[in-house]
Design a protein around this ligand. Structure first.
Ligand code: ATP
Ligand code: MG
Length: 348
């Protein structure tokens, strides 16, 4: 919970008021010193307002005025800068920074300026990545649409090809559907809402492995799994399913014929974390792309065109992060890729 503690600004204000008071007393003392007169009631003949002598009042008034002005300037100037910066951000100028205007100041207002700049940087990054994502999405949606238009064109020219072209249009339609479905999943996860239920993640993993192995065998690949008895956690079963499925399907998809995909799970961290390693003997991923493949629509160039929406790993990472876990990729000794997914029993 938030607990108030006197900070630097508080001490500055206090000090300023003290200075103000000391200045006014010093003014009175100087007055007595210069005139050689004693303090009020004992002297007669000095100028008064009512019963109060004028000189100390003027002295205190001037001292408070000077200190007050300095204080007001010291406080209001940076706040005006912040206000200006806020307005600029609201107008969409996300490159606005307020810290350079603060000079060498170091107090809560300077901290606020620093936090403000950090927020502006984050906002700018998010907006930029949204722009890139939107651009990529339009591009990805356009490709199948262009192929559908091309197929329709060919169909018109040569009705004899109707069977092949209708098949093509159907496949492109399915691809569009899958892409939109994945985009919606990613969007739902961005909103950060997912109901939790108690799920045995190992059981889920076996179900995915079984399906993947069944499909892999059809193309003379296979999959082996090694996992402990059970790992029951509070998770969103659907998202965790997709997280593991995307990684395992990638391993199968990129494996050469006859290769075996290995899925191996173990419980670590005093029984609180499930660590799953998915390894394949496919082409692997270059060192510099091991992180970027988790960004939407990033694909490794030069690989055989294995069709996919390019969103699988982005979904896996987001799903694991929503559960306090993570997913990272590494190059496998002897060739291939190794993806490690960690899932804690409960978020930290
Ligand atoms: N096991 C792997 N071996 C080699 N490259 C991989 C592997 N897994 C992922 N990649 C590379 O990372 C890219 C991104 O993977 P991701 O799963 O996000 O997309 P995708 O598989 O192309 O499409 P989707 O999963 O949406 O159907 C892939 O296109 C591929 O280039
Ligand atoms: Mg994939």
């Amino acid at each position: 919970m938030y607990k108030w503690r006197p900070g630097r600004l508080f001490w500055k204000l206090l000090l300023a008021l003290w200075v103000c008071m000391i200045l006014s007393i010093a003014g009175v003392a100087t007055y007595f010193q210069l005139t050689g007169r004693g303090p009020p009631p004992s002297v007669d003949g000095i100028a008064r307002i009512g019963v109060l002598p004028v000189a100390p009042l003027v002295s205190a008034g001037v001292a408070i005025l000077v200190t007050g002005l300095a204080l007001a300037w010291y406080l209001s100037r940076p706040l005006q800068h912040l206000r200006w910066a806020l307005r600029r951000i609201a107008e969409g100028h996300l490159d606005t920074r307020v810290q350079p205007l603060m000079g060498r100041r170091s107090d809560e207002i300077a901290d606020l300026a620093q936090d403000f700049d950090r927020m502006a940087v984050r906002l700018q990054q998010l907006t930029e990545s949204r722009k890139v994502l939107l651009h990529d999405i339009s591009h990805e949606l356009r490709s199948p649409l262009t192929r559908i238009q091309a197929a329709i064109g060919l169909l018109r020219q040569d009705p004899a090809q109707s069977e092949a072209m209708i098949g093509r249009i159907g496949r492109e339609g399915e691809r569009l559907d899958a892409l939109i479905e994945e985009l919606l999943t990613l969007h739902r996860m961005e909103a950060g809402v997912a109901a939790r239920e108690r799920v045995d993640v190992i059981e889920l993993l076996y179900a995915i492995a079984e399906d993947a192995d069944f499909e892999a065998r059809a193309s003379s690949r296979s999959l082996v799994i090694e996992a402990p008895g059970q790992f029951v956690a509070d998770v969103n079963g659907d998202l965790i399913y997709r997280a593991f499925e995307n990684v395992i399907r990638n391993a199968v998809k990129f494996s050469p014929e006859g290769a075996v995909v290995e899925v191996s799970s173990r419980i670590v961290g005093d029984g609180r974390v499930l660590e799953t390693v998915v390894s394949d003997r496919g082409p692997g991923v270059p060192e510099h792309m091991l992180e970027s493949i988790f960004q939407p629509f990033t694909r490794v160039e030069g690989q055989e065109p294995v069709h996919g929406a390019g969103l699988g790993l982005a979904i896996s990472r987001r799903a694991m992060e929503m559960h306090g876990g993570q997913v990272v990729a590494a190059r496998r000794a002897g060739g291939g890729l190794e993806v490690v997914l960690t899932l804690p029993l409960r978020d930290a």
